[in-house]
Design a protein around this ligand. Structure first.
Ligand code: BES
Ligand code: ZN
Ligand code: ZN
Length: 494
């Protein structure tokens, strides 16, 4: 779907479906020249997510769609995003190739023009996402283009911004949704290289197993031992145009399939483990938008990508492996492999990149799903500033996060009698914190936040622009919002 923008003062041109956003209890305001029958839309109250469509009596639109926003006092970006997504969904259902969506001045004034444009454009683009790469009979989308009318230049700038973020989200979803036999570590590398080739400001390097061996990444390599597919460490670098406001490392878990290895998973839902690269997909998704958004940070993306498979040469429970920084690890469960690949990725980030801040994203634990379900990602921020920044960003973009504890006693649980660390605790519970405590060992004093996205990467409730069994692209817009907000703060303040 292509998105075009116009000022709301312009009279709408010929369109198959014209969507009007309306508050509860207020008469929907129709743009000039557009008419519907008397008393129409019948029974429409403007309740949030209520939609009603009707033939247009005369004027440029064949059909008119009314979309309820609820009460103005309850309007937030998520409601507007969902309203945008509903416009796209209904237009598709109606088979309208060309739709027009009108956001009036009074509607845009509630959240401000830029925010309104951004939320609506995000909803329109993400709401039209579909994944049919593996259908032999392709049914192309009926909705080809949307013309979004909104008040003023700020609205249009916001909408452009929102479109850019939403396309990055959809890019990450494509990576997630691809089945594991088509999205192998080497395919993730190819996607990263392609991203870099599209922008002069992005470079991509992929470390081979031989190069990783030289660096001493015994942890990451212990995970790929059981797979016939070689592992890689992807390193993307974005260089800003002007002076950099800081150096940020985004680290992603890129397990293109996690069978559990020798500690093999039960077969029910094992297919979902193709999504175990969602952290890596989110990192690549951020890079999809970086150049267009002109972010003033030096951003590094580090994705540890591998398969976790059982095989004669696979790592066995009880084996001891050594991380890049020399830490020895007793692998008591080969299914706790995410923390192993991340250990070396974090060592690499600290040692080779020396960032001001590290943010890692990983579908790390089933325990975080027990704790927080599918609507919140668990975060383990090392500073209050990171916690507050991520909480606020999550709320703004509709990707909620919730801080979970990381205590010294959790770190104690990860000590091994045989080696320095063990990769699981000894059954104390607190599985998500145990995973974070293991990772904490490898970041030293660097400001850091681990985001456990195991619950949110797929399987959330239906929210018009997201939800259901497919990948959600979680993390992409969250990180972009966080980085953009941080870019506006004076240097040193976060
Ligand atoms: N990729 C899984 C975590 C996961 C589970 C993500 C379910 C999404 C849904 C991870 O590698 C894993 O298997 N973790 C283990 C850790 C345990 C062995 C300590 C888990 O959560 O069971
Ligand atoms: Zn696992
Ligand atoms: Zn995993």
């Amino acid at each position: 779907m292509e998105l075009f923008l116009k000022d709301s003062s312009a009279t709408p041109g010929k369109t198959d479906l014209l969507a009007v956003l309306a508050f509860e209890g207020e008469k929907p305001e129709l743009p000039g020249g557009v008419r519907v029958g008397k008393g129409c839309p019948k029974g429409f109250t403007g309740e949030f997510r209520e939609t009603r469509s009707t033939d247009s009596g005369s004027g440029p639109a064949a059909r008119v769609l009314f979309v309820g926003l609820g009460k103005p006092k309850d309007l937030d970006p998520e409601r507007l995003r969902r309203a945008g997504a509903l416009c796209a969904k209904r237009a598709e259902e109606e088979g309208a190739p060309k739709a027009t969506v009108v956001c009036s001045g009074p509607v845009a004034s509630v959240l401000g023009e830029a925010r309104s444009g951004r939320a609506l454009a995000e909803g329109l683009v993400m709401g039209s996402y579909r994944y049919d790469a593996f259908k032999s009979e392709k049914k192309p989308a009926k909705l080809r283009s949307v013309l979004l009318h909104g008040p003023g230049r700020d609205f249009r700038a916001g909408a452009k911004h929102g479109e850019c973020r939403a396309r990055a989200n959809c890019f990450a979803r494509d990576l997630q949704n691809a089945p594991a036999n088509h999205m192998r570590p080497r395919d993730l590398v190819a996607s990263a290289k392609k991203l870099a080739s599209r922008s002069q400001r992005i470079r991509c390097r992929a470390l081979s197993e031989a190069e990783m061996k030289k660096l001493g990444m015994g942890c990451l390599l212990s995970v790929s031992r059981g797979s016939s597919e070689p592992a890689f460490l992807i390193h993307l670098t974005y260089t800003p145009k002007g002076r950099s406001k800081g150096r940020i490392a985004l680290v992603g878990k890129g397990l293109t399939f996690d069978s559990g290895g020798i500690s093999i998973k039960p077969s029910a839902k094992m297919d979902e483990m193709k999504y175990d690269m969602s952290g890596g997909a989110a990192v690549l998704g951020v890079f999809h938008a970086l150049s267009a958004l002109d972010l003033p940070f030096e951003v590094h993306g580090v994705v540890a990508t591998s398969e976790n498979m059982p095989d004669a040469s696979a790592t066995k429970p009880g084996d001891v492996v050594t991380a890049m920084d020399g830490t020895t690890i007793e692998v008591l469960n080969t299914d706790a492999e995410g923390r192993l690949v991340l250990a070396d990725a974090l060592c690499y980030a600290v040692d080779k990149i020396r960032p001001d801040t590290i943010l890692d994203l990983a579908t790390l634990t089933g325990a975080v799903v027990v704790a927080l379900g599918h609507e919140l990602s668990g975060i383990f921020p090392s500073t209050d500033a990171l916690r507050d920044g991520l909480l606020a960003s999550g709320k703004e973009v509709g990707e909620l996060v919730w801080p979970l504890p990381l205590l010294d006693c959790h770190k104690e649980q990860m000590k091994s009698k045989l080696a320095d660390l063990r990769n699981i605790n000894s059954g104390q519970g607190n599985g998500a914190s145990a995973g974070a405590a293991f990772l904490a060992t490898f970041v030293g004093d660097t400001e850091w936040c681990h985001l456990d996205i195991a619950g949110t990467a797929w399987g959330g409730i239906e929210r018009d622009w997201v939800g259901g069994p497919q990948g959600s692209g979680v993390g992409v817009r969250l990180l972009l919002e966080y980085l953009e907000t941080r870019a506006h703060l004076p240097k040193g303040v976060r």
